[in-house]
Write a protein that binds this ligand. Sequence first.
Ligand SMILES: O=c1ccn([C@@H]2O[C@H](COP(=O)(O)O)[C@@H](O)[C@H]2O)c(=O)[nH]1
Length: 229
Amino acid sequence: MNKPIIALDFSSKQQVEEFLSKFDEPLFVKVGMELFYQEGPELVRSIKAMGHQIFLDLKLHDIPNTVEAAMRGLAKLGVDLTNVHAAGGFEMMEAAKRGLKGSDTKLIAVTQLTSTDESQMHENQLIYVSLEESVLHYAKLAKWAGLDGVVCSVLEASSISEVCGQEFLKVTPGIRLANAAADDQKRVATPGKAREQGSTHIVVGRAITKSENPAASYHQIKNEWSGQV
Ligand SMILES: O=c1ccn([C@@H]2O[C@H](COP(=O)(O)O)[C@@H](O)[C@H]2O)c(=O)[nH]1
């Protein structure tokens, strides 16, 4: 069972160091746009040097040539996982994969953000299939382009396994403990449900980072995710 990925949604290196000091074990953490745009590659290197696994969540979405060149740069950071938006298209995803050639970094594609629901997708993106169909379409496209998996919600994880295989990564944010507020997320599920539905990884931010006791919340979520409750 993979460790829950903790989203380090902080704005400074100091906040990250203070947060990580509450843990005495190697973690799997996510560095997203908020942190990367303020602290840059140097912080990624220093988190790696501390022995943590890293998902660099920059969600690249640009023309294939630009994405390939950007990925060549990211490949040098030696992170475990990074991503693009599947909406960038098949050629862009293939280019992203080429950019990472020679590195061990796994590449996944965001299907539909977990903050999107079906009516929003219809109204804002003018995509008129069901949300699940859209997610499955993007998952198949990502697989054909040679990617390792997708970011999706728990609600689509089992259908993706059926179509793309158990090994295809299903990295699922939108994780909430039972009865917790969804905040800006629309497609949410508990860690236990994520396990039942076949998520390969869960991504958890505020349920841990905003907790009064982040290490205790992390272990509660980890136990539920691994079925030890
Ligand atoms: O579809 C997506 C893709 C990425 N995310 C990221 O995951 C975390 C979730 O944070 P919570 O506080 O647990 O809601 C956050 O960093 C997002 O950028 C996502 O939520 N949905």
